[in-house]
Design a protein around this ligand. Structure first.
Ligand SMILES: [Zn+2]
Length: 349
């Protein structure tokens, strides 16, 4: 397995040290991988040179210029959540090119890639703030979109699974009218960025390709694993993705200081195993995971379990009783799956 970790990420920081999106997050997560038994099976790479041409595939020229100019002014906040400094443009551009080329390399070698970028990216839309979100939510350029765009450019039907606790509004904005990208997004309802309703299904010609699953606080493994079996796997069966991007945000982990979901390693492990089964059977030809959020211990524990499952170190067994999520989400979801995919899901476990 290939992992991109590049110490340049440490140059993007709020010098007060008080921002939850700080260099320690990714440094610690990487050192946990380093100390684990999976380490011998990991090839570590630095980032590739940033290319303006790749940035332009994802973001508008005006947004790219805006970020470049803001970074030129040195450290400051460009909105109430998001900071830049004089290095941010350089760093974020390198991670965009790296995410793009990781998809190509994964396709060539049939090996999974994991990118550990900072700043994260899934809230950054084509023109910046996406779908009416109030801020960029710590994000600058959208790495997951770059990985997915490379798969599209290689002619692959592409699945994005985003399990970060926050809705991947930027990614959804970028591929809103693209029916070749099936984007399944599991997130906590009612928190930042306030987008991602079940009824948001994609633009004209792409209806049904955006599957939003907003979940109440305290939703955990029994519901996530139910959704994996009853929603995600049936969609995969019909869509038959050839490329997969996972927007891996471990702030959905129980105990994360920013959110209230109760996911554990079981769910991350199950999702990784599901994609690896598809890769090992030759259905999925390119598989790239992009790190997104995660602001507590869950990042370290969740990422380790996820990587262990990709590499086959973790045999996935659980004895949980699965159950559908509370509220109206499954009923609303069942209408979308019926109307756009011809799928019927049982409303009971
Ligand atoms: Zn998040």
């Amino acid at each position: 397995m290939n992992v991109v970790y590049d110490e340049i990420h440490k140059l993007h920081l709020d010098p007060s040290g008080r921002h939850p999106e700080n260099p320690r997050r990714v440094e610690e997560a990487f050192s946990v991988l380093k100390k684990s038994e999976v380490w011998s099976r990991i090839k570590v790479h630095g980032t590739f040179e940033g290319e303006f041409e790749k940035l332009k595939l994802i973001h508008s020229k005006s947004y790219i210029s805006f970020i470049e100019e803001e970074c030129g002014r040195g450290f400051h906040y460009i909105d109430s959540d998001t900071y830049v400094n004089e290095k941010t443009f350089y760093i974020a551009s390198r991670f965009i090119s790296t995410s793009y080329y990781a998809s190509i390399k994964s396709l060539e070698s049939s090996e999974p890639w994991l990118i550990m970028p900072r700043p994260p990216g899934h809230h950054a839309g084509r023109n910046g703030c996406a779908m009416g979100a109030p801020t960029l939510g710590f994000c600058i350029f959208n790495n997951s979109a770059a990985a997915a765009q490379a798969m599209l450019d290689s002619g692959l039907r592409t699945l994005i699974i985003d399990f970060d606790a926050h809705h991947g509004n930027g990614t959804q904005d970028i591929f809103w009218n693209e029916p070749r990208v099936l984007h399944i997004d599991l997130h906590q309802e009612g928190i930042y960025p306030g987008t991602g309703d079940v009824g948001d299904i994609g633009g004209i010609g792409a209806e049904g390709s955006k599957i939003n699953i907003p979940l109440p606080a305290f939703t955990g493994d029994p519901e996530y694993l139910w959704l994996l079996d009853n929603v995600i796997k049936p969609l995969i069966e019909v869509f038959k993705p050839e490329g997969v991007v996972v927007s891996a945000g471990f702030d959905s982990h129980v105990g994360d200081p920013l959110t209230m979901l109760h996911v554990t390693e079981y769910t991350y492990s199950a999702i990784a195993s599901t994609i690896m089964d598809l890769m090992n059977s030759g259905i999925v030809k390119s598989f790239v995971t992009i790190l997104e959020g995660g602001y507590g211990e869950g990042l370290n524990m969740g990422l380790k379990a996820y990587v262990e499952s990709i590499l086959g170190f973790r045999c996935f067994k659980y004895d949980l009783k699965l159950k559908p999520p509370r509220g109206v989400v499954v009923r609303e979801l069942s209408n979308v799956l019926r109307d756009y995919w011809g799928l019927s899901i049982s409303l009971t476990d």
